[in-house]
Design a protein around this ligand. Structure first.
Ligand SMILES: Nc1nc2c(ncn2[C@@H]2O[C@H](COP(=O)(O)OP(=O)(O)OP(=O)(O)O)[C@@H](O)[C@H]2O)c(=O)[nH]1
Ligand SMILES: [Mg+2]
Length: 216
């Protein structure tokens, strides 16, 4: 009995989330704001990558930064003098479409044309929660271990772009970044996979090109 009730509640939540996500996307389309979900493991380099993209991409960028309790990541973006909204999820390990819809009330959508939504660091919870974005970028790094991709298939099956980050320290942590890239391709043959180091700048140009190609 209990199990059946749990499944129904989960199903209702997903249906409600999907509806709001569709509403979010209509609003973003109307405002002409291309939106990228930035998903990935804790500490994989999501904020660092967005910081670099803010500086290197020739767009009017805004950021929604999701964190469990703090506003640390939102604070890191504020120094770039761009619109930033910090969202706290409380006990939840993912953003949902309703939270993001709330952020739109404070975000000057008319002043931006590219929005990054940094989700809470997690490779499992955010998978089912569509936010209304146009593209999903998943960032993992070699420090999580080179079996990370194959252990979390769902998030990679749904990704539009996969970034394998911190390749500058792959050897030091004994990780094979080529295996991680191949695993992502096995799970999602159409996905673009880019190996990067945000310390050396390797792969950054390719990431920018991949996002710009999606925006066309
Ligand atoms: N060596 C190395 N360190 C990196 C690289 N990219 C990011 N880092 C470091 O990794 C740490 C975590 O980076 P963040 O950008 O905060 O990672 P995050 O994914 O936003 O983390 P959460 O939001 O807490 O999940 C920081 O100390 C970064 O300086 C990289 O390519 N190479
Ligand atoms: Mg972060």
């Amino acid at each position: 009995m209990h199990k059946i009730a749990e499944v129904e509640i989960q199903h209702d939540i997903m249906v409600a989330n999907k509806k709001i996500a569709q509403r979010n996307q209509r609003m973003l389309d109307k405002a002409g704001v291309f939106t990228v979900d930035v998903l990935g493991a804790i500490g994989s380099g999501k904020t660092s990558l967005i910081e670099i993209l803010i500086q290197k991409m020739n767009h009017k960028i805004g950021v929604i930064a999701g964190d469990v309790i703090s506003k640390f990541d939102a604070g890191r973006f504020q120094k770039y003098d761009i619109p930033v909204i910090g969202l706290n999820t409380g006990k939840e390990c993912h953003l949902d479409a309703h939270l993001v819809e709330h952020a739109f009330q404070d975000l000057p959508l008319k002043e931006i044309d590219l929005l990054f939504v940094e989700n809470v660091g997690n490779l499992i919870c955010p998978v089912d929660f569509d936010l209304g974005s146009h593209m999903r970028m998943v960032v993992v790094s070699v420090t999580e271990g080179d079996d990370t991709v194959e252990k979390h298939p769902l998030i990679f099956k749904d990704a539009d772009l996969v970034v394998i980050n911190k390749i500058d320290i792959a050897e030091a942590v004994g990780a094979d970044e080529e295996k991680m890239a191949n695993d992502a391709k096995m799970l999602n043959p159409d996905v673009e996979v880019i190996k990067s180091s945000l310390k050396t700048g390797e792969g950054v140009k390719e990431i920018i090109k991949a996002i710009e190609d999606f925006m066309k």
